[in-house]
Design a binder for this molecule. Structure first.
Ligand code: TYM
Length: 338
């Protein structure tokens, strides 16, 4: 592993699915790789769906702030805003010319999203091409993501392979890296994957009483109707969340056996989960409050990140322009005769 790239959309609050599935992994990789760990707030992805232009800048800023509060250190890694490095969209255009439309209409995220809306912009179809450009612009070989992104990373590999075959070896074929403990965090409804578009999220910066209210009313093992009924933890959403937030010995030695013998009730179990969650989210929320009071720390970090990202992206894009045969400024396509 030499270089890592990943991104997050500023399309709503950052939730514990993003945090457990991706951001925690980003923080660990950043500690190992420093400036070869590159993370973007991908605002050009967020505008492929209905959005409010009056809120986009704020959401982009908030997403950066939440990542920093969660522990991503912008002095150590590169953290920047996608649209501020225009080579992303430039490379995406080049890749659209090398990507079969059929590969794009097959993407499950495209099919799901397209089925849910009446206006389907071409950007929604091209979305994975822009994602491939994000990754390959930095020649990243590793992409830490949740399971829902695997298909897009596979397409990125195909795009790299096709480009290399046509224009000469240029890009690595990147590998996805899942957080094996939480590749697909379920939503608080206990049904779908946690997702902004479904509205079943717990925000990492959500107020503690709002988080408690969501936990209090969340479904548990359906077979456990009365307090005295024994439960089966592996069928319970709350148990799954305990595995993310509570110490393993507490889960193994208390939560699981006490649930099975009806030694603790679901409300008590939820309270223990709430305590574990707030132990992790509390300090993040405190750091977020500090950053809100000093927003220049976020804007300065993003400005430094933009410069660092551009310094990598610009020469790679120039290499692409030359390889695909564009006339470069001031250049002559033939040598003068004689
Ligand atoms: P986005 O913004 O939907 O999500 C950001 C990251 O969070 C992960 N994630 C989850 N992981 C586990 N369980 C969940 N319930 C869950 N929900 C979200 C996502 O897998 C993702 O890693 N297309 C991407 C953004 C993107 C990108 C990129 C990612 C744009 N360019 C280049 C990697 C590389 C997306 O919509 O992520």
């Amino acid at each position: 592993m030499k270089r890592v790239f990943s991104g997050i959309q500023p399309s709503g609050e950052i939730h514990i699915g993003n945090y457990l599935g991706a951001i925690k992994n980003w923080i660990a990789l950043g500690e190992r790789l420093g400036k070869d760990a590159i993370f973007a707030i991908v605002d050009y992805h967020a505008i492929t769906q209905a959005y409010d232009p009056a809120l986009l800048a704020r959401r982009t800023f908030e997403a950066a702030l939440a990542n920093i509060a969660a522990g991503l250190d912008p002095e150590r890694v590169i953290l920047f805003v996608q649209s501020q490095v225009p080579e992303h969209t430039e490379l995406a255009w080049v890749f659209t010319t090398q990507t079969p439309v059929g590969d794009l209409t097959r993407m499950t995220q495209y099919k799901d999203k397209a089925a849910r809306q009446s206006f389907v912009g071409a950007g929604l179809l091209m979305y994975p091409v822009l994602q491939a450009a994000d990754i390959l612009l930095y020649k990243a070989d590793t992409v830490p993501v949740g399971e829902d992104q695997l298909q897009h990373i596979e397409l990125t590999r195909e795009i790299a392979r096709r480009f290399n075959a046509r224009f000469g070896a240029t890009f690595p074929e990147p590998q996805a890296q899942l957080n094996k403990d939480a590749p697909r965090v379920p939503g608080i409804d206990g049904k779908a994957k946690m997702s902004k578009s479904v509205g079943n999220t717990i925000g990492i910066l959500e107020a503690p009483d709002a988080i408690w209210e969501k936990l209090r009313t969340a479904p548990t093992d359906p077979a456990r109707v009365r307090r005295s009924d024994p439960g089966e933890p592996t069928r319970c959403l709350i148990w799954r969340y305990h595995t993310y937030f509570s110490p393993a010995p507490l889960v193994r030695e208390v939560i699981e056996p006490e649930c099975r013998r009806a030694g603790i009730g679901c409300v008590e179990c939820k309270r223990m989960l709430f305590d574990s969650m707030m132990k992790e989210l509390g300090p993040i929320q405190e750091r977020a409050a500090e950053l809100r009071a000093r927003p220049e720390r976020v804007s300065e970090a993003l400005e430094a990140g933009r410069e660092q990202a551009a310094a990598i992206a610009e020469p790679v894009m120039e290499e692409v322009r030359e390889k695909i045969g564009l006339l470069r400024p001031g250049a002559r396509p033939w040598k003068p005769a004689g």
